[in-house]
Design a binder for this molecule. Structure first.
Ligand code: B1M
Length: 210
């Protein structure tokens, strides 16, 4: 079995410690962080996602796998940060109110940091007032919003409205993403950008500050 297949399987089994060891081993063997992420860590979560959908595994198994995946991405992040880029801008990032999914958000954060942004992570289940307060306090260039549920994606629009009402909408770019979010939804709520994945998010974010 290839090392990437092993990582994928360890994520599905939720073996956080072993994931960390194998990710490090994969990096040492010369594989790129992107390859390990896409074909090891995320591959495992996507297979588990199918089993979750088919009711073959349940929330606890998925949570344990998510923790293992997050631990693995921390190892990759260390590698990206080794390159030591100076901050090129500031981002406030959050998963919206009612939504606890944070793997995608953490990946976006990691890619943004790798691209040279300093990132203030407000976590998950974040209300519009907390976002407004963070914009006022930290004066970021960009606000990044993640939503994974069809029931929470509308919250991205609520946040944009709250930024308008607080008079700070024009001070920031708002970027949105997450599995159910589309370009047409982003246009509809008045976001500045929609990107389908974390790497593209970091690329587009750079165009807003450089
Ligand atoms: Co949830 N869940 N979940 N879940 N979960 C989904 C999203 C679901 C599609 C599963 C399914 O039924 N097939 C479904 C949503 C259906 C829908 O609304 N359309 C679902 C559901 C229903 C639920 C619950 C309601 C289940 C329940 O309790 N009955 C519940 C809701 C809890 C809540 O949030 N209030 C729930 C709970 C959970 C867990 C807690 C068990 C766990 C989350 C753990 C965690 O995140 N710490 C979980 C997980 C892991 C998933 C799946 C399996 C995987 C999601 C994931 O992390 N993917 C997911 C099924 C699936 O997607 N296959 C599912 C990997 C991640 C890298 O992808 O987050 O999409 P993603 O990020 C991508 C892009 O979207 C993008 O970049 C990333 C790739 O580079 N991106 C951005 C994300 N944010 C971005 C922001 C940007 C730009 C790009 O700009 C700012």
């Amino acid at each position: 079995m290839s090392i990437l297949a092993e990582i994928s399987e360890l994520v599905q089994k939720g073996k956080a410690k072993d994931v960390v060891t194998k990710v490090q081993e994969a990096l040492d063997s010369g594989l790129s962080a992107q390859e390990i992420l896409d074909n090891g860590l995320l591959h495992g979560m996507s297979l588990l996602g199918v089993r979750f959908k088919n009711n073959e595994v349940y929330v606890p198994e998925v949570l344990i796998a998510a923790r293992a995946l997050n631990r693995g991405t921390e190892v990759l992040k260390a590698k990206l940060l080794e390159e030591g880029v100076k901050p090129i801008g500031k981002v406030v990032i959050a998963t919206v109110k009612g939504d606890l999914h944070d793997i995608g958000k953490n990946l976006v954060k990691m890619m943004l940091e790798g691209a040279g942004f300093s990132v203030i992570d407000l976590g998950t289940d974040v209300s519009e007032s907390t976002i407004v307060d963070a914009v006022v306090e930290h004066k970021p260039n960009i606000v990044c919003l993640s939503a994974l549920l069809t029931t929470t994606m509308n919250q991205q629009g609520v946040i944009i409205q709250a930024l308008k009402e607080a008079g700070v909408r024009d001070l920031v770019k708002v970027m949105v993403g997450g599995a159910p979010v589309t370009q047409s939804f982003a246009d509809q709520i008045g976001a500045d950008a929609y990107t389908p994945d974390a790497a593209t998010c970091a690329e587009v974010a750079k165009t807003f500050v450089l």
